[in-house]
Design a protein around this ligand. Structure first.
Ligand SMILES: Cc1cc2nc3c(=O)[nH]c(=O)nc-3n(C[C@H](O)[C@H](O)[C@H](O)COP(=O)(O)O)c2cc1C
Length: 170
């Protein structure tokens, strides 16, 4: 798929069919995440691939009842690894770079999902402690839950701010 088409096709999708996704598809989404840039190439993040239905249901509860999370066959929980980045970059690594590393990797995963004809949504509204307990990630900080599956809706493109209000030329 051409890059611009890929960007245009991506939509936050909040309804998934019951169809599963293949191991190859999961693998290529993870490989794409692994190609993301990271501060000092430390890759200060972890990815938890959750397909167990009970755990997905627990994630729904931790994410304020966002039911579509458990409709998807798999959710990737991207977690920052603050200590890994702190060891090299101190406070900036802990508070900023580890979050950026994790979120850039999540973005790459979402774009690869689109490339595979799959749908996803970025879920950021959740109780971090509950999510950590569900996935057993105690030194990591969950920053994004990304359900991925076959879309069961066709959302319209959302409007964006004008470039002139975002960009400050000087
Ligand atoms: C940091 C962040 C947090 C988000 N959290 C949620 C969320 O908890 N639940 C949800 O349904 N969508 C969530 N979204 C998706 C946004 O609502 C969506 O990206 C935005 O409305 C634009 O729509 P689009 O992705 O279809 O272009 C989140 C997106 C980002 C980047």
């Amino acid at each position: 798929m051409q890059f611009d088409e890929l960007l245009d096709r991506r939509r936050s999708t909040r309804a998934f069919s019951r169809d599963s996704i293949s191991e190859d598809q999961v693998r290529s989404i993870l490989e794409a995440a692994n190609k993301a840039p990271s501060a000092g190439n430390l890759q200060a993040y972890g990815i938890f691939a959750v397909s167990d239905h009970d755990k997905l249901t627990d994630l729904v509860a931790a994410a304020k009842g966002q039911e579509f999370i458990a409709e998807a066959p798999i959710c990737f929980v991207f977690c920052a690894d603050p200590e890994r980045s702190e060891s090299e970059y101190g406070k900036r690594g802990r508070d900023l770079y580890s979050i950026q590393d994790a979120t850039i990797a999540a973005t790459f995963a979402i774009l690869k999902a689109v490339d595979l004809g799959l749908a996803s949504v970025w879920v950021g509204s959740f109780d971090e402690e509950r999510v950590s307990n569900i996935i057993g990630a105690y030194k990591l900080r969950p920053v994004a839950i990304i359900p991925v599956g076959h879309g069961a809706e066709n959302p319209e493109a959302k409007p964006r701010r004008k470039l002139s209000s975002l960009v400050h030329e000087m």
